[in-house]
Design a protein around this ligand. Sequence first.
Ligand code: COA
Ligand code: NAP
Length: 273
Amino acid sequence: MTEGQPFDYSGRCVFVAGGTSGINLGIAHAYAKAGASVAVLSRSQEKVDKAVAELREYGGPVLGFSADVREFDDVAAALATARGEFGELDVLVSGAAGNFPAPITALSSNAFKSVIGIDLIGTFNVLRAGYEHLRKPGAAVINISAPQSSIPMQMQVHACSAKAGVDMLTQACAVEWGAAGVRVNAIIPGPITGTEGMARLAPTPEIEQIIIESVPLARYGSSQEIADCCLWLSSPMASYVTGALIPVDGGWCLGGAAQIFTEMRRRLENSRG
Ligand code: COA
Ligand code: NAP
């Protein structure tokens, strides 16, 4: 939590799908630190155990589930258990994702399906199974999208297609669930420091530098800055915000992100000779 931030989530219940590392773990930390009961879910039992141990340091109730978001029944069982332990969910975050840079012709049908399965169908599963456990009215759903959702990028056709779907899923759910008092929004992070996503997409200091130069604020963002937006978005201060796709990206989507993968591909191919 940013020093002096005003949000108190005592007595609130938060579920973070994909919440065991990187940006999503940062989000789980922020809610736990603000007093919420927090549940996280991801595939690796080791990552789940580590995240749960970290989150318990704040003193509140924490649950961890090992499951694949592509498996609806497993996701549904985890959400039902969290609701049984915590009560109705106030915040549901869907952030599990998979990505790697690969040109279209290097992508098998199964590779494309894998990313669509995790990012898009996984988000559908989390929201579809989560809806019955949400506090109505009052709950907030937050999907973690990406600049790929609206910006076509080389070597990213799988992530672009999946995250475009996540954005539309966000807005279609906002339209259907507004009457029940459930708000549904997405955050579009820019390049975030210290994450698996950036380790995969910007694997050299040279590429990191190109990315920094393409961001109007001229730096990477932090997981804390994404978490701060979540804390606001699920609070009463955002009570009239739904269906929004909110960039938290230092201005990257204003132009810099559009060309970056073209340049990265050129440099990667040059460096390989
Ligand atoms: N280039 C091209 N294809 C790739 C690839 C790469 N770098 N990495 C994996 N694939 C292909 C595999 O070859 C396989 O296709 P095939 O069956 O035709 O050979 C397909 O993708 C699925 O791979 P698999 O390892 O079985 O999938 P998985 O479901 O276990 O893992 C991934 C999903 C591939 C996305 C994996 O990288 C992952 O688990 N990522 C999670 C972490 C992450 O990506 N974090 C960043 C979030 S932005
Ligand atoms: P990360 O650390 O790899 O986070 C991905 C999380 O999802 C992990 O907890 C992972 O844990 C889990 N996960 C992956 N596949 C899963 C599956 N099939 N089922 C359940 N859980 C699964 O990556 P990150 O870089 O922080 O990215 C987090 C989110 O931010 C993603 O949605 C990403 O698209 C978005 N984003 C990131 C950036 C960036 O700069 N990094 C920029 C824009 C958007 P397991 O391996 O244990 O499953």
